[in-house]
Design a protein around this ligand. Structure first.
Ligand SMILES: Nc1ncnc2c1ncn2[C@@H]1O[C@H](COP(=O)(O)OP(=O)(O)O)[C@@H](O)[C@H]1O
Ligand SMILES: [Mg+2]
Length: 345
């Protein structure tokens, strides 16, 4: 995104909403041929109605695994720690711990797509080449609601129009490969929203798009979120994108949340050296030329996970003897901002 961290452009309406998702102590390992690796370690966050949470971090930091766990869309070699809890408040007000559901469970099938929908970087993965956009949407809707074919078709076409697809009735009859990249992304969004989910998980939905289309899709998601009153978890590796879409943000590194708070706090007063590194790597409009200072050093292999603070091997402000000894405690910086770093507290 050709943006700068100098502006936080939007605020969703979630500030006063009720909590609909409560994630506590989520830890996920994978068994691999090389050994057991930790992908997500002790993550907690909550999401209110209508709110957008951004999750940011470099590739491999555990963003996708964290959010896939929310609908238990995990590979078979995943091990979810017993203490993990993902509590969803359902439409009818009842609560369910998604960690306690097994694949194939009826409740899980109702939640997937019905209450929590997901969109991805690559829309082709969401569509079968053998079925039309319309067939996908009608099937998704009829899976979750008792509506007639005619009603399902009408709602699907209305939604295709709502996401900015021209000639929606014609597009309804087409296949995903007949659409351009940007239109396909819009069709995937329409498909994810046809069941009126209360939470949308967006996993790098704009990463593969060029800057202009990326901006259009972000604007569309912002509008839809406001109109439909849904909550959103938006994943990206780009803090510039976070500034445009999320009111609060969690910064992840090697499976841990190292800093979190309102987007304004985290972007204007970054507390963790890693967050500062991510901000320094953003192109700046005010610096004339593009100034790209990536975070120095390589991300360690998940098989050789550093002790203590996972970032200490790359940290420009390491406190020798301390940072590698134990994971830093979570320290509040202000009301809506906390960090896990020995430089604070
Ligand atoms: N099925 C799997 N088996 C083994 N390791 C996995 C599996 N899925 C993800 N991982 C590992 O989990 C870590 C986090 O991955 P991921 O959540 O995809 O990162 P991100 O989305 O932040 O780029 C990475 O080290 C990745 O290689
Ligand atoms: Mg990912």
């Amino acid at each position: 995104m050709n943006s700068t961290a100098a502006t936080v452009e939007q605020a969703d309406t979630g500030m006063d909403g009720k909590t609909i998702l409560d994630v506590e102590n989520l830890s996920i390992d994978f068994m691999t041929d090389e050994g057991r690796i930790t992908a997500v370690q002790d993550i907690s966050f909550s999401l209110k109605e209508g709110e957008t949470l951004g999750i940011v971090g470099e590739s491999g930091s555990g963003k996708s695994v964290t959010t896939r766990a929310l609908i238990r869309l995990l590979a078979s070699n995943a091990i979810v720690d017993d203490r993990s809890r993902i509590e969803l408040t359902r439409r009818d007000g009842s609560r369910v711990d998604i960690c306690g559901l097994t694949p194939g469970d009826r409740t899980l099938n109702q939640i997937r797509g019905g209450e929590i929908s997901m969109i991805f970087q690559e829309p082709m993965a969401s569509f079968s080449p053998l079925r039309t956009i319309g067939t996908h949407m009608v099937e998704a809707l009829q899976l979750h609601e008792n509506v007639s074919g005619a009603e399902a078709k009408k709602r699907s076409i209305d939604l295709l129009e709502r996401v900015g697809i021209a000639n929606a009735p014609e597009r309804f009859r087409q296949y995903s490969f007949q659409l351009s990249g940007g239109m396909r992304q819009r069709a995937m969004i329409a498909m994810a929203l046809v069941t009126r989910p209360r939470i949308l998980i967006a996993d790098e939905p704009t990463t593969a798009l060029d800057v202009t289309i990326q901006a259009q899709i972000l604007e569309l998601l912002r509008d839809l979120q406001r109109d439909l009153g849904m909550a959103m978890v938006f994943i990206t590796h780009d803090l510039g994108v976070i500034a445009q879409i999320a009111r609060k943000v969690a910064v992840m590194y090697l499976g841990r949340v190292i800093e979190e708070g309102t987007t304004a706090n985290v972007i204007y007063q970054p507390a963790h050296p890693y967050t500062r590194g991510l901000l320094d790597a953003l192109p700046r409009l005010d610096a004339g030329a593009r100034r790209l200072v990536p975070v120095g050093g390589d991300i360690p292999s998940p098989l050789a996970r550093p002790s203590g603070c996972p970032f200490h091997t790359r940290c420009p402000q390491i406190i020798e003897g301390t940072c590698e000894a134990a994971v830093p405690p979570v320290t509040p910086i202000s009301d809506d901002h906390c960090v896990s770093c020995y430089l604070h507290g």
